[in-house]
Write a protein that binds this ligand. Structure first.
Ligand SMILES: CC(C)(COP(=O)(O)OP(=O)(O)OC[C@H]1O[C@@H](n2cnc3c(N)ncnc32)[C@H](O)[C@@H]1OP(=O)(O)O)[C@@H](O)C(=O)NCCC(=O)NCCS
Length: 340
């Protein structure tokens, strides 16, 4: 067994590994985009058979951003499990982080119930649960007469898809502003690539002019960016559509945003499956959104976990700092599952 860097010619190996051995739906285009990021690093564990054939049996990826780095794609082929391969891969990625001065010192990941004990051994601590949710557009319930609903008629929507001047649109800037406020990172590279390379889109939900004029004081305008923007979501759309992140100022605009997405996907003959990862905290607001929009958590019994590690502060009292992360604000409803 040897470790090799993950490169473009190995994308299909990684997709196969993740699909067959972890049951994940992975779009090769997303890996293409990751690989072109200047701070992307990945390693593969390769088994070499007696006749010299190489077979990819494990993987890990790392994306370093301004304030944190994300660990992802930790998968080991079923016949090769419990031999320490995942431990070796994660250790390699973390050792790389330690070595590279100037890279962020906070490391995050979304752990499956299977992966959580492994990360805990490295000092990662869980900060909240995440439900991986799916919804089929075949459900007759995808459509609800949103515009007939009096509460929802307070909103207007805007959909921003790829066109040459999409970066000039104020929705694009308002979304990046909100995303940077919540995540601390400038993730425009990913959104830019997604929107250019697929049918991905951005959706903004605005308070109607009358409501906005009545309710929004000048102070709030300063603090909240565009005062009319009540919810915004990014939808990556390759084979399946994946919603996230979704930021909103209130419950009704999040629900309105989700139904507007369903309708748009349905009218555009999308794939049948819509996915999202829902952060769950003590309040039941997010779970209420799930049932209202009929998203079904894939595993009710054990959600995934958002886990954090401060690799360079091991030995200090990490627990004091763990909960200061800003991406858990109440405005963040749904979060994409990896590298975000
Ligand atoms: C999770 C996974 C990557 C572990 O791979 P692995 O190579 O078998 O892990 P290792 O042999 O390096 O095990 C390292 C440690 O993790 C823990 N661990 C691994 N698999 C475990 C399991 N099924 N149950 C409980 N603990 C487990 C153990 O602490 C283990 O140490 P030990 O063997 O000394 O007890 C593998 O089971 C897998 O690919 N699962 C499907 C995809 C997935 O869920 N990935 C994690 C995404 S975040």
């Amino acid at each position: 067994m040897k470790l090799i860097p993950f490169t473009r010619d190995r994308i299909s190996d990684l997709v196969q590994l993740a699909t067959i051995h972890a049951g994940w739906s992975v779009a090769p285009q997303e890996l293409e985009i990751d690989l072109q990021h200047p701070n992307f690093h990945g390693w593969l564990a390769v088994d070499v058979t007696e006749d010299g054939m190489e077979c990819v049996v494990g993987s890990v990826t790392l994306i370093c951003q301004q304030v944190d780095s994300w660990l992802g794609f930790v998968v080991v082929a079923i016949p090769f499990r419990r031999k320490g391969i995942a431990k070796l891969l994660v250790r390699t990625a973390l050792a790389f982080l330690h070595k590279c001065v100037g890279l962020p010192t906070l490391c995050k990941l979304v752990a499956s119930p299977m992966g959580a004990p492994l990360y805990a051994e490295f000092g990662f601590r869980s900060v909240c649960g995440i439900w991986h949710c799916v919804k089929s557009l075949k459900d007759s319930s995808f459509y609800r007469p949103v515009l007939g609903n009096t509460q929802c008629s307070n909103y207007d929507t805007q959909i921003l898809c790829y066109r040459d001047d999409f970066r000039q649109d104020s929705l694009w800037h308002d979304f990046l502003w909100w995303d940077r406020k919540e995540s601390g990172n400038d993730r425009s590279y990913f959104y830019d690539q997604f929107i250019k390379g697929s049918r991905s889109f951005l959706i903004g939900v605005y308070e109607s002019f009358t409501i906005a004029n009545l309710c929004i004081s000048d102070d709030r305008k300063e603090e909240d960016g565009n005062p009319r923007l009540s919810a915004v979501a990014f939808v990556r759309w390759f084979d399946n559509a994946f919603i996230g992140p979704l930021y909103s100022k209130c419950h009704s605009s999040s629900v309105f945003c989700l139904y507007s997405i369903f309708q748009y996907l349905w009218h555009n003959r999308s794939s049948e499956i819509i996915e999202c990862d829902m952060l769950c905290r003590a309040d039941n607001r997010r779970l209420a959104i799930l049932s209202e929009t009929q998203f079904v958590p894939r595993s009710f019994a054990r959600p995934h976990q958002l886990m954090l590690l401060y690799p360079t502060t091991i030995g200090l009292n990490r627990n004091d700092r763990i909960f200061q992360v800003n991406d858990l604000s109440d405005n963040c409803i749904a979060l994409a599952s990896y590298e975000w």
